[in-house]
Design a binder for this molecule. Structure first.
Ligand code: GCO
Ligand code: MG
Length: 402
């Protein structure tokens, strides 16, 4: 079997997605997600100009060898653009392998470890009352786990708080919007949110929260401590994790479980966090961490240290990534939870898929490969539109983390 053609499909059914399609001489094809929010076209160039020419004529069944060739062969290793491009190809190759074998991807990985994949949805509101109402909606939809974010009094806009509740989309402008942030105001507010939620709904549901890289280690330690009575499932991205040692300090102070890793792209970004058991959940996912081949390595390392998976699953990860992630989650022994932000109907139409939601769980489906396809004719109706995530400044104008 040989690879005869590779292409990239860029489409914007409400938001931008980059898709790799690999075709073989036997007519079987595979697709993979290669979307990097706000940097989409860099990945397109990396694929078209540098990776695709190396693939023509290769045996698509040799996934490991191709992965090593693309990773080691670049000389310049790692980085989000490189690893997202490799992920797009890797996912497409696993899709091909599944189709050739006539087996769903989770069977190729080692078979089913669970019946369904527990997911968490996103509840958010401009204030605590609105967030409480939104959490109630997710409970009614059958979710077992819900992430809660609320607007902070005195700050005009807050990360995670959206106008369009079911389809949160932060990449909303042709140039980055500027937001204003105050950690002090946030820190006073966030325990009140969870106090209210536990008072209203009790302790039956898992509650999660994302601090989106905005705290210093000692602030994160304080927030973790303040939230302990509310038994969070996790506190996410408490601090920027470039400095992995920061987590030692947080860990010394709080038993609130910690999650990190949605912006990591390699095992080396999480090596210290995992081996020193400084986190509880690793959030790397298929599209940004080198595909199934590399994500499996990260999960295996994590398993040795009792760290569980909790893959990123925001709307900027396409349904292809979600499909592949669900197969991965169905297999991975140290599964924790999967993030699930629903895509719009427009997006779902472009990417017909086999997975479905039922009573708080997503089910990967049993179609061969990862079970997601792309309707190229429909995709062509939605051309690329520049769209960026916001940036953040402190109240005095200092540039900060978004
Ligand atoms: C999450 C993430 C997202 C990111 C987005 C950036 O936890 O789902 O933090 O909201 O901000 O995926 O592209
Ligand atoms: Mg996050």
């Amino acid at each position: 079997m040989k690879i005869v053609n590779c292409k990239v499909i860029v489409t914007c059914p409400g938001r931008n997605f980059v898709t790799v399609k690999i075709e073989t001489d036997e007519g079987v094809y595979g697709i993979g997600d290669a979307t990097l929010n706000g940097r989409e076209l860099s990945v397109v160039s990396y694929l078209e100009d540098h990776l695709f020419p190396c693939l023509i004529g290769r045996d698509p069944q040799q996934i490991e060898d191709i992965w090593q060739y693309l990773y080691r062969g670049a000389y310049w290793r790692r980085g989000p653009v490189t690893m997202t491009a490799i992920a797009g190809i890797d996912t497409a190759l696993w899709d091909i392998k599944g189709k050739v074998a006539g087996l769903p991807l989770y069977e190729l990985l080692g078979g089913r470890s669970r019946d369904g994949v527990m997911v968490y949805g996103h509840a958010n509101g401009l204030d605590i009352e609105e967030t409480v109402d939104e959490v109630a909606k997710y409970i009614d939809l059958g979710y077992k786990a819900i992430r809660a974010q609320s607007g902070v009094p005195g700050i005009p806009s807050t990360y995670g708080v959206a106008k369009e509740k079911m389809y949160y989309e932060p990449a909303d402008a042709e140039l980055p919007t500027e937001n204003v942030w105050s950690t002090e105001k946030y820190m006073n507010h966030v325990p009140r949110l969870f106090d209210k939620l536990r008072e209203k709904f009790g302790f039956e549901h898992h509650l999660l929260h994302d601090a989106h890289h905005r705290l210093t280690p000692i602030q994160a330690a304080r927030v973790g401590k303040d939230l302990e009575p509310y038994r969070l499932f996790w506190l996410e991205d408490a601090v920027p994790a470039e400095n992995q040692e920061s987590f030692r300090l947080i860990r010394q102070h709080t038993t609130t479980p910690l999650a990190v890793g949605e912006i990591f792209n390699s095992i080396f970004d999480c090596q210290q966090l995992i081996t020193e058991q400084l986190i509880d959940y690793i959030r790397t996912t298929v599209v940004h961490a080198g595909g199934i081949t590399h994500l499996r390595r990260i999960a295996n390392l994590a398993d040795l240290y009792n760290v569980r998976t909790g893959s990123h699953g925001a709307t900027d990860l396409s349904p292809i990534c979600m499909g592949a992630a669900l197969h991965f989650d169905t297999w991975v022994p140290n599964f924790g939870i999967q993030e699930y932000m629903r895509h719009t109907e427009q997006t779902d139409d472009v990417f017909p898929h086999d997975y479905h939601f039922d009573k708080g769980y997503l089910h990967a489906g049993s179609a061969p490969g990862h079970g997601v396809d792309i309707d190229e004719k429909l995709a062509a109706k939605y051309p690329y539109r520049p769209a960026y995530l916001p940036v953040n400044r402190l109240e005095d104008g200092t540039m900060y983390n978004w």
